[in-house]
Design a binder for this molecule. Structure first.
Ligand code: SAM
Length: 287
């Protein structure tokens, strides 16, 4: 039985990094007229209320989106991200924070196709309720996102963005993410794949980025944001990373211009740091 509920963590520093990258990738997808498909393999509840019992219990959003909300000096990508957050909070008070499905739906166009998978019965019910009237553009499934991904690639649109965002509450998720990435690239080499991962003192978590680098991708960006010293959180998470395969060509530069601000603003101690790596291998010429 799954126990993880994203409502406890919505709006944290990890969500900010993940959703910023998601927004930048979707903006790039929108720069071409052709429709695309978004597959969110681990969708969560879709939208979160920040004065809920769960959000208040951890208070994680306070040191995430809560620190950015009042700022008037946001770098351009974060200012654009804040436009979406403001659209959800038109009263002028920060009360709601988007899950990835809300953000995807908000940024995608009527011609694009959205596929959201969620296994937890309570979060699935919340998600389904939001898209009850959405028609064929949005498909919501209470299904294993890794399996749906296999069945969905290549998409009929021949353009796809995939968000793989497990909770890693079960260690086998680390292996499944690598397998899904390799398989996804075999089925659809040009798809844009976004993998979120935690930074924490756990061997599986430490090894994941290197395994993704060897997954067959020829072009990737890896961005990490650490908000405190490893030891501060004990065995918990001190930051997170996004591994993006087939990224927009502008992404690494945008993140390099934005992550220093995020590390400074969301940092909990002087060890807060950021990193952006990029590799683009040229295809070997035959003969
Ligand atoms: N992507 C969401 C967002 O950014 O708002 C957060 C997702 S949360 C980190 C991970 C979610 O995956 C949880 O709601 C969990 O119930 C769900 N989940 C776990 N295993 C799954 C699987 N194999 N397929 C689909 N959903 C799964």
């Amino acid at each position: 039985m799954l126990s993880y509920r994203h409502a406890y963590h919505a709006g944290s520093h990890a969500d900010v990094l993940k959703h910023l990258v998601l927004m930048l990738c979707m903006q790039h997808m929108n720069s071409k007229d052709k429709p695309y498909t978004v597959i969110d393999t681990h969708a969560g509840a879709g939208l979160y209320v920040l004065d809920s019992e769960q959000a208040k219990r951890t208070g994680e959003f306070i040191n995430g989106i809560g620190r950015l909300w009042p700022r008037t000096d946001l770098p351009a990508p974060l200012a654009q991200f804040m436009t979406s957050i403001k659209a959800l909070n038109q009263s002028g008070q920060l009360r709601r924070y988007p899950g990835s499905p809300w953000l995807i739906d908000h940024l995608a166009r009527p011609i694009d196709r959205l596929r959201f998978c969620e296994l937890h019965p309570t979060d699935f019910a919340l998600l389904r309720r939001q898209y009850k009237e959405a028609g064929r553009r949005v498909m919501v499934a209470q299904a294993d996102g890794f399996e749906v991904l296999k069945a969905s690639l290549p998409p009929p649109s021949r353009r796809a963005l995939v968000l793989i965002d497990p909770s890693y509450e079960i260690k086998s998720d680390y292996l499944k993410v690598v397998a899904a990435t390799k398989d996804g690239l075999k089925r659809f080499a040009t798809g844009t794949l976004l993998v979120w991962h935690p930074l924490m003192p756990l061997i599986e978590a430490n090894q994941l980025p290197d395994k993704l680098k060897k997954s067959g991708a020829t072009h990737w960006v890896h961005a990490t944001l650490s908000v405190c010293a490893t030891s501060t959180q004990g065995r918990g998470m001190h930051g997170s990373g996004m591994f993006i395969i087939n990224p927009p060509w502008t992404l690494a530069a945008e993140l390099k211009a934005t992550l220093p601000y995020l590390a400074q603003t969301l940092g909990l101690d002087s060890h807060a740091s950021w990193k952006v790596d990029e590799i683009e291998q040229k295809a070997l010429k035959p003969g």
